[in-house]
Design a protein around this ligand. Structure first.
Ligand code: NAD
Ligand code: IPM
Ligand code: MN
Length: 367
């Protein structure tokens, strides 16, 4: 039975980068015999334009039934004025919540070919390989009460940071499991100095550690200091585990350690299904980039690497995932760069589709 892959290109540069991912999927199907049953559907503004909401119920059902979902990006200025309940971003949040994708893995890896490129010094980021595990289905993104209310003569906007022990414990376990397969270190980030939810977070992570993962080295850090340390000396970290909002911000910071937001993939994983595989959605960390949409400037690597994470975490194709990463590093080493990876004095950038073609050609050379 072929693996079922649901592709949701979304908005802005989402469909542009996804076109390049399709080339890579086709290559693996033709050359490595990986059989995928690929179906495409709408999410975000593209779904709103057709259905009047950012995720149709039928699409939600398809996502629940898929072996993996691959998503481009959602949102854009065209939809900024829509009612909050139907904004493109709500479609993505619904997918994450209803599929219960509580562990969001955001690896920040500095490819050798880009060690010179980051705005940070080469010795700070050369060889960097860290994993941010962001809690994705709770916290201030989903806590109640929430809304904009009238209080006397003025409006008040309310969101609530809420975490249960169980929600903290399960994402902590994901982080410890990942650490065991890497360098065995976890740093947990919260603000236990000012937030009760942070105190509980710290306690529960420590309890799970002591009871189940005493072999893993665990440290705790306030999330603001964590942001500073990520830029000062990121190689001190192996796995970072943190909440939904801090994880959102810290992973964008980490993106710049790799050279560009266009380089950072992610995997959002839930509990294992009956077949032992986790429910899973793969997407680049970046958004729909309205400023460059339609210009052929988008870097497709974050989305292609997200498919690489699907090969690894959903399909157990570790060799194939490693081959894809080697091909990307080699293409970058050849000097092929999209505009976001150019420095003053560099030669002409390649377009989105030229980058996709170069990666496919390199796969052929290396395989
Ligand atoms: P963004 O990530 O879309 O863009 C930030 C900057 O990075 C822009 O200058 C953009 O051109 C650049 N950039 C991003 N991806 C790139 C790529 N692949 N190649 C080259 N350059 C790239 O963030 P934003 O501008 O804050 O948000 C734009 C829209 O995207 C908003 O509607 C936001 O809600 C949405 N968004 C969606 C997701 C998602 O779908 N997962 C993530 C973040 C933002
Ligand atoms: C991300 C994005 C999303 C988030 C938005 C688009 C809902 O910024 O995936 O990082 O805030 O989680
Ligand atoms: Mn984000």
């Amino acid at each position: 039975m072929p693996d079922k892959l649901l592709i949701l290109p979304g908005d802005g540069i989402g469909p542009e980068v996804m076109t390049e991912v399709r080339k890579v999927i086709d290559w693996f199907a033709a050359e490595k015999g990986l059989a995928f049953e690929v179906e495409e559907d709408l999410v975000g503004g593209a779904a709103y334009d057709v259905h009047g909401k950012p995720l149709a119920d039928e699409t939600m059902e398809k996502a629940q039934a898929a072996d993996a979902v691959l998503l481009g990006a959602v949102g854009g200025p065209k939809y900024d004025k829509l009612d909050f309940s139907v904004k493109p971003e709500r479609g993505l949040l619904r997918l994450r919540k209803e599929m219960d994708l509580f562990a969001n893995l955001r690896p920040a890896v500095c490819f050798d070919a880009l060690a010179d490129f980051s705005s940070l010094k080469k010795d700070v980021i050369g060889g960097l390989d860290i994993m941010i595990v962001r809690e994705l289905t709770s916290g201030v993104y989903f806590g109640e009460p929430r809304g904009i209310f009238k209080e006397g003569n003025e409006r008040v906007g309310i969101n609530t940071q809420r975490y249960t022990e169980g929600e903290i414990a399960r994402v902590a376990r994901s982080a410890f499991e990942l650490a065991r397969a890497r360098n065995n270190k976890v740093c947990s980030m919260e603000k236990a100095n000012v937030m009760e939810s942070g105190i509980l977070w710290r306690d529960v992570v420590q309890e799970v550690h002591d009871a189940e993962y005493p072999d893993v080295e665990l440290t705790h850090m306030y999330a603001d200091a964590g942001g500073m340390q990520l830029v000062r000396w990121p190689k001190q970290f192996d796995v970072i585990v943190t909440d939904n909002l801090f994880g959102d911000m810290l992973s964008d910071v980490a993106a710049m350690l790799t050279g560009s937001l266009g380089m950072l993939p992610s995997a959002s994983l839930g509990l294992p299904m009956a077949n032992g595989r986790p429910k899973a959605l793969y997407e680049p960390v970046h958004g729909s980039a309205p400023d460059i949409a339609g210009t052929g400037k988008a870097n497709p690597i974050a989305c292609i690497l997200s498919f690489g994470m699907a090969l690894r975490y959903s399909f157990g194709k570790l060799d194939e995932a490693a081959l894809l990463e080697r091909a990307i590093d080699a293409v970058l080493a050849d000097g092929k760069r999209t505009a976001d990876l150019m420095q003053a004095g560099d030669k002409q950038p390649v377009s989105t589709s030229e980058m996709g073609d170069a990666i496919v050609a390199k796969l052929g050379e290396l395989a």
